[in-house]
Design a protein around this ligand. Structure first.
Ligand code: MN
Length: 286
């Protein structure tokens, strides 16, 4: 398989920088999707990067809060975060681990730092659920770092496959996350200087690249650290590094094409369903 762009490679359609934001009980973060400039990228509703070695920026954490109608995906690069919900589920997110939480009809949970100093670095992505799945039973997939396959590719890329299927000359490498309705691809791609990487993408899928180290080039268009590149149509994406290493998320998911009614941690199809979610939450029905 070639790592060169085909005539139909996806191009950068929108290039934006995340903006500083605060969420939870005052956690400082960078909001990348879910901003006035990029309110969503169907099926993606939100992308946050949190990265600080100043405990004041993260120590307050995300105390008890609800979710309904979508999925949250947390991927940690550094630090430790404790997750606990109102069903008695609890787990520790540590560097290199991921948690795929299908909130479905509703959970109430907290996400709190389990450290008082040092670097806390990671991402949270929100992925929408179609109308048919919004009220599904909540489900967790807690993925330990050791369960995430790492592929070293001929173009120099080192790729962690969190969800979906990475195409390699030796055959597909499958991520550990399973049974997600939007058939997501979630890759952590590290490129050495001059490294190249190519990945096929289904035409049904919206796709983006978020660069979190160095600068990457997508079909020769530079994308700097802290920038998101939403990709246009095409059958694959070609990503290269320049003179310095680069590291990025390549994420894709099936477009839903449904109406979005959004109110904080509730994402439904209509305003009536939002009102119902608020009532159910206030009545303790989550
Ligand atoms: Mn949450």
């Amino acid at each position: 398989m070639s790592d060169r762009a085909t005539a139909n490679s996806r191009q950068v359609q929108t290039l934006l920088r995340g903006r500083p934001a605060s969420d939870g009980a005052g956690v400082k973060l960078t909001r990348v999707i879910g901003t006035p400039e990029l309110s969503e990228l169907d099926p993606f509703l939100l992308l946050d990067e949190f990265r600080s070695d100043d405990a004041d920026d993260y120590i307050a954490g995300f105390p008890d809060h609800p979710h309904r109608g979508f999925e949250t995906v947390t991927y940690m690069l550094a630090g430790r975060m404790r997750h606990a919900d109102n069903q008695g589920n609890s787990g520790l997110l540590r560097a290199g681990s991921a948690q795929w939480m299908t909130a479905g009809r509703g959970i109430v949970h907290s996400e709190m730092p389990e450290q008082e100093d040092g670097l806390m670095w990671g991402f949270q992505l929100w992925i929408n659920l179609p109308a048919s799945d919004k009220m599904t039973a909540p489900r967790y997939q807690d993925i330990e770092p050791e369960a995430i396959p790492v592929a070293e590719l001929p173009g120099g890329a080192r790729v962690k496959v969190i969800a979906g299927q990475l195409e390699t000359a030796a055959g597909p490498v499958e991520g550990p996350v399973s049974g997600i309705v939007t058939e997501p691809l979630y890759l952590d791609v590290a490129l050495p200087p001059g490294g190249r990487f190519r990945q096929p993408l289904a035409s049904t899928h919206a796709a983006f690249v978020y660069v979190f180290e160095g600068t990457a080039e997508i079909s020769a268009q530079p994308v700097a650290r802290g920038e998101i590149a939403a990709l246009g149509p095409g059958e694959d994406v070609e990503i290269a590094a320049g003179d310095l290493p680069a590291r990025l998320l390549l994420i894709a998911g099936k477009r839903l094409g449904e109406p979005i009614a959004r109110h904080g941690p509730f994402v439904m199809n209509s305003q009536a369903e939002i009102m119902q979610a608020i009532q159910d939450y206030q009545a303790g029905r989550f």
